[in-house]
Design a protein around this ligand. Structure first.
Ligand code: F6R
Length: 261
């Protein structure tokens, strides 16, 4: 795992988008894992701009989202399918049939979860996974005590997640209490993971996720076990990290990051 600290939320989102764009350039048929949430909105805005202005080509890209609320149809304004169409898919040339989210209205949720895993496998696995982190320490909706080897499955949302996301619903009680999420094991199978966190509200959980002990109480700590995981934070989200000077040195000096200066 490595940590890159950028001065602002805008520059952190830009770096994330530039790394993703490079991966798409290098492999146009990239299998791209996607997250939703407020943090990712700016990343998708930048990627849409790169498509519009520089011709970033999504025509062969395959996408798999991390999660979807159980009970929300694809045209529901709070569904993650709606979010993805609105923030990215409708603004780039990705083919709708190449975009995948779990179906939160499936009659048989367990069968839908198993089928989702199969669809990922049939595409050759996820090459590049974008992640955010929740107040509960979740990645996807892997709430506390999610097994490190867990696969796509239904999960009850933690109180911290309900507090975090309920304000996005017309009224808090309309927020579903369950979601389908890729498992921690599914995420760890991705060939590369990039987690973006911005803002002071994420400082404490980022410090636990990056520098704390690996524990299923904080699913993001599982990323410490991943062979190629980059955590991108702005100064506010980095505030509680102990080894900031080392992380700053890495971005300034490691050859891999020079082209992003
Ligand atoms: C949603 C997801 C979540 C979010 C996390 C952060 O698809 O994967 O793990 O990334 O809850 O959400 P924001 O960015 O709204 O703070």
């Amino acid at each position: 795992m490595e940590v890159l600290i950028r001065p602002s939320s805008e520059s952190a989102a830009r770096l994330t988008a530039e790394i993703a764009a490079k991966a798409i350039h290098e492999k146009p048929s990239l299998v791209l894992g996607l997250a939703t949430g407020r943090t990712m909105e700016s990343v998708y805005g930048i990627l849409a701009g790169m498509h519009r202005e520089d011709g970033l080509d999504f025509s062969q890209t395959r996408t798999f989202n991390l999660d979807e609320y159980i009970g929300l149809s694809t045209d529901h304004e709070n569904s993650y399918r709606y979010y993805m169409n609105h923030h990215l898919f409708d603004k780039v040339n990705v083919r709708q049939e190449n975009t995948h989210l779990p179906d939160g209205t499936a009659a048989d949720i367990d069968a839908e979860c198993a089928a989702y895993e199969e669809r990922i496998k049939a595409c050759g696995g996820i090459d590049f996974q974008l992640l955010g982190i929740g107040q509960s320490g979740h990645i996807g909706f892997n709430e506390p005590l999610s097994a490190m080897f867990s696969r796509t499955r239904p999960k009850a949302l933690a109180p911290a997640t309900i507090r975090q996301n309920a304000p996005q619903f017309p009224s808090p009680e309309l927020m579903p209490r369950r979601a389908i999420t890729m498992g921690v094991g599914t995420i760890l199978d991705a060939r590369r993971c990039i987690l973006l966190a911005t803002g002071a509200g994420k400082a404490e959980i980022i410090a636990k996720a990056v520098e704390g002990p690996v524990t299923s109480m904080i699913s993001a700590t599982a990323l410490q076990l991943h062979p190629k995981c980059t955590i991108i934070v702005d100064e506010d989200a980095a505030a509680s990290l102990e080894n900031k000077e080392y992380y700053r040195w890495i971005f300034e000096n490691e050859p891999e990051w020079q082209e992003f200066h």
